[in-house]
Design a binder for this molecule. Structure first.
Ligand SMILES: Cc1cc2nc3c(=O)[nH]c(=O)nc-3n(C[C@H](O)[C@H](O)[C@H](O)COP(=O)(O)OP(=O)(O)OC[C@H]3O[C@@H](n4cnc5c(N)ncnc54)[C@H](O)[C@@H]3O)c2cc1C
Length: 395
């Protein structure tokens, strides 16, 4: 059996793992547009959550010991077409994720004053496609969205350089983005009880030293007196020695309009049905989700495919590409296992495809797993004091 997997993020790696078990002698080739494997684990997961990033050790085993081959720097759709892959492999799994930031539709939000959460998390994670100078977010920032990505951003931008000991944060980007920051508005349309963030993620912001908080849009009966989410936001303001930053938590609140006023932005908000307010900020980050960019439109994915993971016989879809930008890394593991079970029930025998040999020209300049190990070694060796690696932007 010859198997191609497009994307080496969690869903691609878990798919390779599950398909290796289903087909112990198969040729398995994982293609990634970047020279470095692991997708959002490397370029999305926050630098101060190294425990989460450590999952890559498990994925490394399959490249090192289970004969799964890595072809980095090969963008499917550019260096090799999907048709070529399908003509060479019995099974193709699209696990290319979603790279684009879902744009904020608020009137005025498209005039360049709004950054996407994906762009900012890539900057903080040293992504090779964000190699230009980082923007400066100014003193006052609004983050639209109450998901875990918004929580990551709020926390990372409020932390200072010394808080990142033992991480691989991109210090230059972090400094440029956050050096003047003293106020963050975290704006979400749900009540605290329904907000998408995990309690642990909100707590990590509430526990930051030197940061004070105020809450808007919390109702008397939000979740009842014993609701942990309610308690989180109803505690009396903590005494903070020498406060350095303030977070406004806005619940039941949506942005209404974005207007430039000189160097400032007037962000009009509506809380609940009637309450209107305007906050003056220097910049806005939209953290309302992700969508496919041009590189991730290799095949139309309809609702039936989202349900089953099957696009056609021999062609499948996994991970965020399948379900949209929902689901954590462990979710990708469960999905990959069920997809491998479906594939092996449909395709018990190979159809005699030629495999990677047929694409020798297309992958002649691919960067292999050994090249990644070399990048990894250099990044660790050149780490600045207190950091575990200094990410190369050569990916
Ligand atoms: C900022 C952020 C922080 C997160 N933090 C956490 C966390 O702390 N814990 C957690 O459990 N989950 C977290 N998640 C969610 C988690 O990252 C996703 O569940 C997971 O990465 C989805 O995996 P995936 O493989 O589908 O996509 P990705 O991880 O995006 O991998 C897709 C891969 O495909 C490659 N690719 C794209 N297009 C092509 C192409 N045309 N040809 C070849 N290769 C291509 C990309 O380069 C990439 O390597 C976070 C997500 C984000 C955005």
């Amino acid at each position: 059996m010859r198997i191609a997997i497009v994307g080496s993020g969690p869903s691609g790696c878990y798919s390779a793992q599950a398909l290796r078990r289903a087909y112990p002698t198969a040729e398995i080739c994982v293609f990634d547009a970047l020279k470095t494997p692991y997708g959002l684990i490397r370029y999305g997961v926050a630098a101060d959550h190294q425990g989460t990033k450590a999952i890559v050790r498990q994925f490394a085993r399959q490249f090192e010991r289970e004969d799964v081959r890595f072809f980095g720097g090969i963008e499917v759709g550019t260096h090799v077409s999907l048709d070529q892959l399908r003509a060479a492999f019995d099974i193709v799994v699209l696990a290319h994720g979603l790279h684009g930031d879902t744009p904020l539709e608020t009137p005025g939000a498209r005039d360049g004053s709004v950054y996407g959460a994906g762009q900012i998390t890539r900057l903080l994670n040293g992504h090779p496609e964000e190699s230009g100078p980082s923007p400066t977010l100014g003193a006052s920032l609004a983050i639209i969205g109450h998901g875990n990505v918004a929580m990551d951003l709020g926390r990372l931008l409020l932390k200072r350089g010394e808080d990142f000991t033992g991480t691989d944060i991109d210090d230059e980007a972090h400094h440029a983005l956050s050096c003047h920051l003293d106020t963050i508005h975290l704006i979400g349309r749900s009540a605290p009880t329904e907000a998408k963030f995990d309690i642990k993620m909100a707590s990590e912001i509430l526990d930051l030293p030197g940061v004070t908080h105020s809450y808007h849009g919390i109702g008397e009966d939000d979740g009842g007196p014993n609701s942990p989410r309610r308690e989180l936001f109803s505690a009396a303001p903590r005494d903070v020695d020498r406060p350095r930053a303030h977070v406004h938590w806005w619940f039941r609140t949506s942005p209404v309009s974005v207007e430039r006023e000189g160097t400032q932005i007037a962000l009009a908000l509506r809380t609940g049905e009637v309450q209107k307010s305007t906050v003056s900020v220097d910049s806005i980050i939209s953290a309302i989700g992700f969508s496919a960019d041009a590189r991730q439109q290799l095949y139309p994915i309809d609702p039936a495919a989202r349900e089953s993971g099957r696009l056609e016989r021999g062609l499948y879809v996994a991970g965020w590409a399948r379900r949209g930008p929902r689901g954590t890394i462990p979710d990708q593991r469960a999905d990959a296992r069920s997809l491998a079970a479906l594939i092996s029930s449909e395709l018990p025998h190979p159809a005699g495809m030629p495999g990677i040999e047929a694409l020798a020209d297309e992958v002649a300049n691919a960067s292999d797993y050994a090249a990644w190990l070399e990048i990894d070694r250099l990044e660790r060796e050149t780490a600045m004091p207190g950091r575990i690696r200094s990410k190369s932007r050569r990916g």
